[in-house]
Ligand binder design. Structure first.
Ligand code: NOJ
Length: 541
C-alpha cells in the first residue's frame, strides 16, 4: 500500500496574500511550510481553473487556465516548484463529468454546431416535456430546455454544469491532452470529481422508484474509461496518484475501480459511512448519526477492500461535508477528545488517509440564523424543493446540519481580524465566530492541542508500516476497535464516540501492551472514556 497522508485545500477559503477577500495560490505557497510541518505527503487542491464560480470552481470554463481570482499560471508553477522543494506533491481536481455552461465547447453547442453538441447530452422533448423525470443533485430537474434548439440538455448538477458525453472519442482525446498538460506542469496526481457518473445509459427512461441515479451511476463503460485514462496518462509515471470520487455506488462496483490488478484508479472516496445521519437515505433530513451502522459499514467495507486488494480513501471531512466533529462529536463537552478520536480512529485503518483544511485544529460547523444566510448553490437549490413540503424552521434546521457552507468558512489562522485569513476590510466569506478560541496560532506551540495530536497520528502512520501495511481485523466482542498486524507486531485501536464511559470486553492485559497514542492522560484497561482513542501495541509470536 502507498504510504501517503493527503491534505485537501479549498483554495478560496485557505489563505490569501493580498486583500481581495478570497484565498489564492500565493497564499497556498506561503503556507507550504505549515503543511510540511504537519507532516503530510501530498496536497489535493480543489479547482483553481477558470470558472464563473457557480459551484465554487466545479464548473470549469477552461481546463488549462488558472482563474484570475486565484492568480496565474506562473503562480501555479511556483507552487509546484516550491512544493517539490519540500518533497510535497500536488494533486489537482479534475472535473470531467461536466463543464461550465460558459465553456467554449458548450457555447458552440448552443450555437447549433453539431461537433460540439456531440460533446454534451442533448435530447428531444418527450410529449413537449423533459426526456425523463430525473432530479438534479442540486435540486429541481436535471434537464434544461434550449428553445432555440428545441432540445433539452442533461445536467446532473446545476443547469450551469452541462454533462459531457464520454462516448465521444474526440472528447476522450481532449481529456487525455488536458491531463498531460497538467502532468507537464509537474502535477503528481488527480482527484476525479464524481467519476463514476461518466458513463451514461443507452436508454433514457423515467425512474419509477428514485431520482434517476440508478440509470447513470457506475454505468456500463465506466471501467473502460478508467482503464483508458490509466493507460494513456496515469501509468506513465509511478509518482502519479489518483483518487476517484464515486457517489452512490455499491461495494461490489467500487472495489473494482481501485483494485490494484485492474489498473484503473489508485483509490476511491465512497460516502456510505457519511450517510449514517440521513433518514431513509435522504441527505435533506435530520437524524442523529447511527453509530451502529457506521461501525458495521467500516467492518464490511474495510474487510472487503482488504480481501480484494483494493484501496479506500480514509476521510471524514471535505468541502462537501459538514464538519465531522459537529456531526459525530460533542463540541461542547468533549471538543478536543472528539476531534482527536474521530481522526485517529478513522485514519489508522487500511487505506489512504485524507485531511480537510481546518479539521487539524478542530474547526466546527457554523451558526446560521436564517435560510437566507446560506450561499452554497446546493443548499439553496435543495431548500427551494424542501420548502414545498416543510416549514421554514424545519428547512433551516436541516440546512444547519447538512449544508456544505459549514465546511466553507475561512481557515482560522489566528485571533486577529478575518482570523488572519486575508487583509480585506470587507470579508464576504463565512468566518466562524469561534476563531478567537480555535485557531492555528494558539495550537501550534501547544503540545496538548488538536494540531499536535494530528501531527502525532500522521507521523505514526507514515513512519511505522504496521499502520500502513498491517492486516486489519475487527473484533466480534468489541465495537469500535480493530487491530492491525504485520509480521510479529500487532496494534489495537479502540475508541468510544459517546459522551459516557464504555466497558471494554476485550481481554487486554495491562502488562502486555504498550500505549502508543492516547488522547487522555490515562487509560484504564477495563473501560474507555467519552471520545477517548487509544492505540496499543505488542509483539506477537
Ligand atoms: C463533487 C464536488 O466535490 C462538489 O463540490 C461539486 O459540487 C460536484 N461534484 C459537482 O462537480
Amino acid at each position: 500500500m502507498r504510504n501517503e497522508f493527503i491534505y485537501q485545500i479549498f483554495p478560496q477559503t485557505f489563505y490569501e496574500i493580498g486583500n481581495s477577500g478570497i484565498g489564492n495560490i500565493k497564499g497556498i505557497i506561503s503556507k507550504l511550510d505549515y503543511l510540511k510541518d504537519l507532516g503530510i505527503t501530498r496536497i489535493w487542491i480543489s479547482p483553481v481553473t477558470k470558472s464563473p464560480f457557480k459551484d465554487s470552481g466545479y464548473d470549469v470554463q477552461d481546463y488549462c487556465e488558472i482563474d484570475e481570482k486565484f492568480g496565474d499560471m506562473k503562480d501555479f508553477e511556483v507552487l509546484v516548484l516550491e512544493a517539490k522543494k519540500r518533497n510535497l506533491k500536488i494533486i489537482i481536481d479534475i472535473v470531467f463529468n461536466h463543464t461550465s455552461n460558459k465553456h467554449e465547447w458548450f457555447k458552440r453547442a448552443l450555437n447549433n454546431e453539431e461537433k460540439y453538441m456531440n460533446y454534451y447530452i442533448f435530447k428531444d422533448p418527450i410529449d413537449g416535456k423533459e426526456p425523463t423525470n430525473w432530479k438534479s443533485k442540486m435540486g429541481g430537474s436535471c434537464w434544461e430546455y434550449v428553445p432555440k434548439l428545441n432540445k433539452y440538455y442533461l445536467h446532473l448538477f446545476t443547469k450551469e454544469q452541462p454533462d459531457l458525453n464520454w462516448e465521444n472519442k474526440e472528447l476522450q482525446k481532449k481529456f487525455i491532452e488536458i491531463l498531460n498538460f497538467w502532468r507537464e506542469k509537474g502535477v503528481d496526481g488527480f482527484r476525479l470529481d464524481v467519476c463514476n457518473l461518466y458513463s451514461k445509459p443507452k436508454v433514457y427512461e423515467n425512474d419509477l422508484f428514485g431520482d434517476g441515479r440508478g440509470f447513470y451511476t457506475d454505468g456500463e463503460h465506466i471501467e473502460e474509461y478508467f482503464k483508458m485514462l490509466n493507460i494513456n496518462v496515469f501509468s506513465k509515471d509511478k509518482e502519479i496518484f489518483t483518487v476517484g470520487e464515486v457517489s452512490s455506488t455499491t461495494k461490489e462496483k467500487s472495489l473494482r475501480y481501485a483494485k490494484t490488478e485492474n489498473e484503473q484508479l489508485d483509490s476511491i472516496f465512497t460516502f456510505l459511512h457519511l450517510k449514517v445521519d440521513y433518514k431513509d437515505n435522504n441527505k435533506w433530513s435530520n437524524m442523529k448519526p447511527d453509530l451502529n451502522s457506521f461501525w458495521e459499514l467500516q467492518k464490511e467495507w474495510q474487510t472487503c477492500f482488504q480481501n480484494n486488494n483494493s484501496t479506500l480513501a480514509l476521510f471524514m471531512n471535505n468541502h462537501d461535508q459538514p464538519r465531522a466533529i459537529s456531526r459525530f462529536g460533542d463540541t461542547i463537552n468533549f471538543w478536543y477528545e472528539s476531534a482527536t478520536s474521530i481522526f485517529a480512529f478513522t485514519s489508522l485503518m487500511r487505506g489512504i488517509p485524507f485531511i480537510y483544511q481546518g479539521e487539524e485544529i478542530g474547526m466546527t460547523n457554523l451558526n446560521f440564523e436564517s435560510i437566507s444566510d446560506f450561499k452554497d448553490i446546493e443548499s439553496i437549490g435543495n431548500a427551494k424543493d424542501l420548502l414545498n413540503t416543510l416549514s421554514e424552521e424545519e428547512v433551516l434546521n436541516i440546512l444547519r446540519a447538512k449544508s456544505r457552507d459549514n465546511a466553507r468558512s475561512v481557515m482560522q489562522w489566528d485571533n486577529t481580524e478575518n482570523s488572519g485569513f486575508s487583509k480585506t476590510k470587507d470579508l464576504k466569506l463565512f468566518l466562524n465566530e469561534n476563531y478567537k478560541r480555535i485557531n492555528v496560532q494558539s495550537q501550534i506551540k501547544d503540545r496538548n492541542s488538536v494540531l499536535s495530536f494530528y501531527k502525532k497520528v500522521i507521523k505514526l502512520r507514515l513512519t511505522d508500516n504496521l499502520y500502513c501495511d498491517g492486516n486489519i481485523n475487527f473484533f466480534k466482542e468489541q465495537e469500535y476497535s480493530y487491530s492491525r498486524t504485520l509480521n510479529n507486531r500487532k496494534a489495537i485501536i479502540i475508541t468510544n464516540w459517546n459522551n459516557y464511559d464504555i466497558n471494554l470486553n476485550l481481554e487486554i492485559k495491562r502488562n502486555e501492551w504498550k500505549i502508543i497514542l492516547n488522547n487522555y492522560d490515562d487509560f484504564n484497561f477495563n473501560l474507555i472514556k467519552p471520545y477517548q482513542v487509544i492505540v496499543l501495541e505488542r509483539n506477537i509470536k
